[in-house]
Ligand binder design. Structure first.
Ligand code: DGJ
Length: 684
């Protein structure tokens, strides 16, 4: 990415693309203002709009200086300072380049050095310019239980916006990620593409504008909707980071860049291993007691798992949590269900050689709760209007410092009383409607931003005391999936839709932007597929279980514990290896993907046959990421006991060159719908 300072003091974005030798810089002719202020000559969408204290609604940004410094790891930070020559408004564009991953982040710092307050209506994290014939946008649309549906469209003149105004559970309809391909639509391995995402757990906006000369500008940041900033004299405002990468060889490389960056810089403990857990949500919902739970612990043991995760329904006494109508906010153990408390469960789990984790939904409250009776003023709700519920619940006013203390204390008390508590699932089951912060009172202009920042403040306090406690980010499925939150969370729950055939698509979608060790994928009883299919699908990401182990047959237990052992042997490749998506379920009635370790010694391939026609025929699949000169042995794993290998390639030996240029016939000739093959590929 090349910027230049012009004689007139303007900052131009001259180039964005493949690495370019410096000798070419003086020849770059594109003139695109780096960060456009509203109210001057440019009549298209601005990056920033400021109204000065005297009412002047314009911002003229001129370059003052640039500074470069090494920060963490291989990251170099470049700060470009801009200033209005007349008004004391300064803007610093912060770029961080993670060289090895090929990922840039950009955020904007706005400083009001005027004597009085200024109003800032727009404040993008990033403004990017393109000059191409056509532009292809890929967006990831969703809803409850159908997250990350991939849609591509060609941009037309004018503005297209992808955004959220939901406040919390922000990504319920749109995940804050996109691909943009100039000229031609890019494929997995071909074509130019930018992958972008915003590290912000709140309202976001990506705006794509094709102007009168067919140039494209992409403006990314917090959604300015209902969020005008009034900045006092001396105040600084720093936007969240826009994270992006460029690939000249398609979306696959763009994903690998983001995965590498994320594991190193974007996700809590991204380079560390994860525990494999048994959750009880789909098996029991809120109907359990401590005897039942202790029995269920045996399931974790039988399958060879690390942890038991107790989900919703364990709390509340005056208003016990026996359905979703009551109890949120009353985080005391239900004395009927758990007479001996959480300590007992932690102890019993430890005795059985597993760890214990717990579900929380700390930002929420049911009106039927003791907390509500005590603190009706702690709730986000409009004055003079009826309360507006989703799942019978309201959102706490996180902006209120007392609420922040309440949530921190909840986690802290639980951890202090149960130091062996090893895991938290942090849920968030509704978005904002009729929001109003009683704490903020009359001026609600920062309500959306302050909510997200308050959420981060709480997480920072938790992380200061419990830096490595694994916490799964969940939001009624994948309603909260972004790199702003993932700094504090080590994985997320992608969807309550755990039907394995559906999960192929949902996990495929998330894999475009998030590394596999963040995408929690549980084997459940949803869907009608075989246990093998369900297991193989969950194994492509961060494996877990949410199933009644006590209802499984001995054969199913044998199969599952062997699969867990396979996963234990191969998880380093799956979590930290390079992902190659070989056949998309959007192109064929199957999905094939593989992970290869960086030494090119080990790879794992997953192949899922979906809703096949009677005489469906599939071609060979060319592998990627191997060493052309090495020989590899192919072994089919995750076999159902008593069933011999099905893949015609089992036991065969090929060179990397053969595998990458000719490819494998992965599945048997007689194909079954909703069947799967997992191949372990090892160099000799
Ligand atoms: C929504 C989550 O996505 C589920 O996994 C489960 O934890 C329920 N909430 C519990 O209420």
């Amino acid at each position: 990415m090349v910027f230049s300072k012009e004689i007139n003091g303007k900052l131009y974005q001259r180039y964005l693309g493949k690495s370019l030798p410096k000798a070419n810089y003086t020849k770059l002719r594109d003139i695109n203002d780096g960060y456009i202020g509203a109210g001057m000559e440019d009549v298209f969408e601005p990056a920033i709009r400021v109204v000065h204290a005297d009412g002047n609604p314009s911002l003229d940004l001129r370059f003052t200086k640039v500074e470069t410094k090494k920060v963490e790891g291989d990251i170099t930070q470049t700060d470009i300072y801009l200033k209005d020559p007349v008004y004391q408004t300064e803007v610093i564009l912060h770029f961080k380049a993670a060289f090895n991953a090929n990922v840039l982040t950009s955020s904007t710092e706005i400083i009001n050095k005027e004597k009085n307050s200024i109003t800032v209506n727009n404040y993008a994290s990033s403004m990017l310019h393109f000059d191409a014939t056509n532009y292809y946008l890929t967006q990831f649309h969703g809803d409850y239980a159908r997250e990350m549906d991939i849609q591509e469209s060609q941009l037309t003149s004018g503005i297209k916006i992808i955004d959220s105004k939901l406040g919390s559970r922000t990504n319920m309809y749109q995940t804050p990620v996109f691909f943009l391909s100039p000229n031609q639509s890019s494929t997995e391995n071909d074509g130019e593409v930018i992958a972008g995402t915003i590290a912000w757990t709140g309202n976001f906006q990506f705006l794509f504008e094709v102007d009168r000369s067919n140039k494209l500008r992409i403006i990314s940041g917090i959604n300015p909707y209902a969020s005008t900033l009034t900045m006092k004299a001396g105040e600084h405002f720093i936007t969240p980071e826009f994270v992006f990468t460029y690939s000249a060889t398609g979306k696959g490389q763009a994903s690998r860049n983001l995965h590498n960056w994320a594991r190193k810089y974007g996700v809590l403990d991204g380079n560390k291993s994860r525990m494999i857990l048994l959750n009880n949500w789909e098996a029991t919902h809120v109907k359990f007691d401590q005897e039942k739970l202790v029995e269920l612990f045996d399931g974790s043991k039988k399958l060879g798992l690390d942890l038991f995760l107790l989900d919703d329904g364990w709390f509340g006494n005056k208003y016990p949590r026996n359905d979703d109508k009551t109890g949120l906010g009353d985080w005391q153990e239900d004395r009927k269900k758990l007479p001996d408390g959480m300590g007992y469960l932690v102890k019993e789990a430890t005795k059985k050689g597993i760890k214990f984790g717990i579900w929380l939904e700390p930002e929420m409250i049911n009106p039927k709760s003791e907390l509500y009776e005590k603190h009706p003023e702690w709730v986000l709700k409009l004055p003079n209007r009826a309360e507006s519920y989703q799942r019978n619940q309201l959102i706490l006013d996180l902006i209120n410092p007392n609420v922040q203390d309440f949530i921190f204390d909840l986690v802290d008390k639980m951890m202090t009383e149960n130091p062996d508590l090893a895991y938290i699932k942090w849920d968030n089951n509704r978005f904002m409607t009729n929001p109003y912060s009683p704490y903020l009172g009359k001026d609600q202009s920062r309500m959306f931003i302050d909510y997200t920042e308050s959420f981060y403040k709480i997480m920072q306090r938790i992380r200061a005391k419990y830096p490595h406690l694994p916490i799964m980010l969940c939001s009624g499925g994948g309603g909260r999936t972004d790199y702003g939150a993932l700094k504090y969370f080590d994985s997320f729950w992608p969807s309550d839709n755990t039907d394995a055939a559906e999960r192929v698509f949902i996990q495929w979608g998330y894999s475009q932007f998030f590394p596999s060790n963040t995408i929690s994928s549980h084997v459940t009883s949803m869907g009608k597929q075989t246990l093998k299919f369900r297991t193989d699908v969950a194994m492509m990401s961060k494996l877990g279980y949410d199933i009644s182990v006590d209802k499984m047959t001995p054969e199913e237990i044998n199969f599952s514990s062997a699969a867990v052992a396979n996963y234990g042997r191969l998880n380093k490749v799956i979590w930290f290896g390079d992902l190659y998506r070989l056949v998309s379920p959007y192109d064929e009635e199957r999905a094939v993907l593989m992970y290869a370790d960086s030494a090119k010694n080990k790879a794992v391939l997953f192949s899922y046959n979906l809703f096949l026609r009677k005489k469906q025929i599939f071609g060979k699949v060319k592998l990627q990421g191997l060493d052309a000169g090495k020989e590899y042995i192919i072994k089919e794993i995750n076999l159902v006991p008593g069933v011999t290998a099905e893949s015609p390639e089992d036991g065969k030996v090929y060179s990397g060159s053969y595998l990458m240029n000719i490819g494998l016939n992965i599945s048997p000739a007689k194909l079954r719908p909703l069947s799967s093959i997992v191949l372990e590929i090892t160099s000799r």
